[in-house]
Design a protein around this ligand. Structure first.
Ligand SMILES: NC(=O)c1ccc[n+]([C@@H]2O[C@H](COP(=O)([O-])OP(=O)(O)OC[C@H]3O[C@@H](n4cnc5c(N)ncnc54)[C@H](O)[C@@H]3O)[C@@H](O)[C@H]2O)c1
Length: 327
């Protein structure tokens, strides 16, 4: 079993690589190699099993790079490389190049593999709830139509349609997951407009003041990093029949307001830590975030065996345990 993870140096891609290595198998087959493609890698890359992991520094929107990493013996592709929401909104051309052209190149390479007599790799693609926007119901469900109101969201939805069509044609076997906001993101804040959802927990727990750019009552639809990595693997392992003609899925999550997150942190870490969150409105971030939905019903995902976190406290507890934070 050979695996390619694009964006393998990123927050979720790197965590997925570590989880797959620890698991040793995917779909019941022993993992023999994992190729990670990214523009840069974290220092922890040196700790990964060098016999199994190949880290390639390169650009997903470069055709030669895609051909060199997505080789005919690749069985599984997890496509995570992306210019995230805030950055794709700030630089339209960059978002189109990476999020759209990169996707097209990867799909075409997988199709070439399939038409040259090999089994095409099975794909898991990471989309986002940024697929939704505009006039939305209070609670979204599996019948709510995608109507993105950011360039990032539009690029993700186009990617989903391509995954569906390439799968319908039999060129690939693809699955697109619409991720909630992943909380708590370890490390430094990123350029995602949703970055505050992790910053309000991560920074205070690390002794740093967090300036929250949105109001305390702002709701977030969230899922923990551990659960989303489980979801990537589960999505890959489900048979094609489980997906049918609907190749995209709203992942389950939980809804929490910033105030509820801070309150849960207060319970776990105390008043002094919770007081490190200060509110400082940022109109640019607020404008993006207000187009995103915060409440969902996800019966299809639950029936297919995907799992949300039980509550916001357990999300924070998982971060404290992952990062060995002493309270
Ligand atoms: N984390 C979240 O809350 C969240 C929510 C919804 C969707 N997603 C999606 O999940 C995926 C992974 O998210 P993440 O949180 O790990 O993001 P991340 O920014 O940590 O990782 C994305 C990686 O893609 C890499 N990348 C960007 N441009 C590239 C290029 N041209 N060539 C090669 N690599 C490139 C970046 O260097 C980065 O390491 C992304 O596609 C993102 O859009 C994430």
């Amino acid at each position: 079993m050979k695996i390619l993870i694009t964006g393998g140096g990123g927050f979720l891609g790197f965590r997925l690589a570590r989880t797959l290595l620890a698991r040793g198998q995917l779909g019941g087959k022993a993992i023999t190699g994992i190729t990670l493609l990214d523009g840069a890698f974290p220092s922890g890359i040196k700790d990964l099993d060098k016999k199994k992991v190949k880290a390639v520094t390169g650009d997903v929107s470069n055709a030669g790079t895609i051909t060199s990493v997505c080789t005919p013996d690749t069985d599984a592709v997890f496509h995570l490389a992306a210019v995230v929401s805030g950055a794709a909104e700030a630089d339209f051309d960059l978002g189109m190049r990476v999020n759209l052209k990169g996707m097209e190149l990867l799909l075409e390479q997988m199709r070439r593999i399939g038409t040259s007599g090999n089994q095409p790799p099975r794909l898991v693609y990471t989309s986002s709830v940024a697929a939704f926007g505009g006039d939305l119901p209070e609670v979204l469900d599996d019948s709510t139509i995608a109507n993105p109101q950011t360039s990032y969201g539009a690029q993700k939805v186009i990617g989903e349609y391509l995954v569906t069509d390439y799968s319908r044609k039999g060129y690939i076997d693809g699955r697109s997951l619409r991720l909630p906001t992943i909380v708590v993101r370890a490390g430094k804040p990123n350029a995602a407009a949703s970055s505050f959802a992790s910053s309000v927990i991560r920074e205070p727990l690390n002794g740093v003041i967090s300036e929250c750019p949105v109001a305390p009552q702002t709701g977030v639809w969230l899922l923990s990093p551990g659960r989303v990595v489980e979801a990537f693997i589960h999505a890959w392992e489900l048979p094609a029949e489980a997906w049918g003609s609907r190749r995209w899925l709203n992942l389950p999550g939980i809804t929490a307001s910033v105030a509820e997150m801070v309150e849960a942190m207060r319970k776990l870490a105390g008043d002094a830590v919770a007081k490190r969150v200060v509110y400082k409105a940022d109109a640019r971030i607020q404008a993006i975030v207000k187009t995103w939905p915060a409440r969902f019903r996800t019966p299809r995902a639950l029936e297919m065996g995907f799992k949300p976190d039980p509550d916001v406290e357990s999300v924070i507890r998982a971060y404290i345990a992952d990062e060995n934070i002493r309270l």
